[in-house]
Design a protein around this ligand. Structure first.
Ligand SMILES: [Zn+2]
Length: 114
């Protein structure tokens, strides 16, 4: 069992990233999804005072489970939460440090209400 395999050392294989392309496409699909979802949530909130909770059984927006934060209002669909330390508004880029602040921004700004 020789650990020296010289044949492989000098070769650089071309790094074509098909994964990145599909990730891009996925991101685009996600954006469309999110926007459609935002529209539906908007309509829902116009007639319902209660904000559905992501991941709960009576949440009428199962798609929100993908984009929102579990256990939090579906309004969490409206902001990005990459690492749960910053919450960036999907519409205006407003950045908050906590979920509550971010939700409050959504309720106050009502971007979704157009
Ligand atoms: Zn905003």
């Amino acid at each position: 069992m020789g650990p020296h395999s010289l044949a492989q050392s000098g070769r650089s294989s071309p790094q074509s990233p098909p994964i990145e392309i599909s990730a891009n496409t996925q991101a685009r699909i996600a954006r469309t999804d999110r926007e459609k979802l935002a529209q539906r949530i908007n309509e829902h909130l116009e007639t319902n005072a209660e904000e559905p909770i992501v991941g709960s059984v009576d949440n009428p927006f199962p798609l929100a489970d993908q984009y929102g934060i579990k256990g939090v209002s579906v309004l969490s669909v409206f902001f990005h939460h990459l690492d749960m330390s910053a919450f960036t508004c999907h519409f205006c880029g407003d950045k908050r440090g906590t979920i509550d602040d971010a939700l409050e921004h959504q309720r106050a700004a009502r971007h979704y209400n157009e």
